[in-house]
Design a protein around this ligand. Sequence first.
Ligand code: FAD
Length: 423
Amino acid sequence: MNDGKDIIILGAGVIGVTSAYYLARAGHRVTVIDRQPGPGLETSYANGGQISASHAVPWAMPSTLPKIIKWLGRADAPLKIRLRADPALLAWCVRFLANCTSGRAAVNMERMLRIALYSRQALAEIECETAMDYQQRSCGILHIYGDPSEYKQACLQAGQLSDIGLENHPLDGFGCVHVEPALASARNRGLLVGGIHTPGDGSGDAHMFTAQLADIAAGLGVEFIYDSPIRRLIDDGGRIAGVETETEIRRGDAYVVALASYSPLLLRPLGIRLPIIPAKGYSVTLPLTADTVAPTVSLIQDEKKLVYSRLGQRLRVAGTADLTGYDLSIDDRRARMVLDAALELFPGAGNSAEPEFWAGLRPKTPDSVPVIGPTRYDNLFLNTGHGTLGWTMACGSGRFIADMISGKTPKIDMLGLGIERFK
Ligand SMILES: Cc1cc2nc3c(=O)[nH]c(=O)nc-3n(C[C@H](O)[C@H](O)[C@H](O)COP(=O)(O)OP(=O)(O)OC[C@H]3O[C@@H](n4cnc5c(N)ncnc54)[C@H](O)[C@@H]3O)c2cc1C
């Protein structure tokens, strides 16, 4: 299309690639730059695999603070914090605390769900149009509970989500086993009292999806420049004049920052303060053998903050949140905690002799809502900060930013999704 713009996308994770796909479809000439040798090789690589609108619950809730206090100093806690004199971290914590009221939590939940449900619809359309295979499953997601009081609390939350548009069904232990028979042993051992099933959710391999969508986007004319660490955006007084990599300067009409946890580092020299911190999480992927007893329905074990997804002949389990900075090292004890919890729930699951451990940095905002939209530079846009739900929200976020850059009104309300909420 001749009236398309030259758009440069910074980052080829699931967010950058979905943005590229929708922008190319809207008739723009798109270039994607990434430091990795291919698409989806950082946070989008081995995440929990869940496409889970039912997980659109912010970390900052009234119940969060008592939990954090309970977890402090416990080696097996889902959350680990390394306190340090980092002004960005401290400012983030202050904003996080301010979001821990029931009023703020309700607002943030609606915003998260708005994008997640829109994304669900966008992903379904991509699937119809492209016939992709990313080991997807659409049998819903089942949140499970072993503690009656946690289950009761979760039912209240499920009611709140249901009031704002998410179909879900509370189930007793027997009902959970009916949905996922592999849970029978856990129920018999007293590890399961009830659950909540969200039939519209699903799962799939985010990296496979990203790689295939990047191929489709390349077929639409998108240029991918890999192995290219980005150094800076060039400020030309109110506009961005180019992006400098280690080898060249690329110029476009507009720029989209989709660098996940690294976005604030690139934006800080421009005077844009983006409250996103890295929250490290681990996943373990187990190969399945014929006689393994592994779930086929994707699960969330809320009390342990773990998610389970069946990806073809593999079981992926993911969780933990380590606020330990830009550190991707694998702490064997933390990673094994994820494996041990999975084996406790499903003793016969997978070949635990060959676990594949991985760590990724979730780009977390203090309110758990991503940052999608314009900046004070009229040709600079953000699509970042998707935290725990970047895979869930990717297609909707990509479509949203493409509409905005194309001068079309996005199909969902933009209120509360942009950086202006942090002023
Ligand atoms: C353990 C774990 C489990 C998770 N489970 C789920 C789940 O079940 N469901 C869900 O919806 N979400 C899940 N998430 C969250 C999800 O994975 C992320 O939100 C999502 O991958 C973010 O996508 P992204 O494209 O923004 O980031 P990324 O995939 O990290 O992409 C950013 C890209 O920017 C590039 N980049 C960064 N800096 C530079 C630079 N200076 N120069 C050039 N390139 C650069 C990187 O190479 C990278 O490719 C999980 C995350 C973790 C860690």
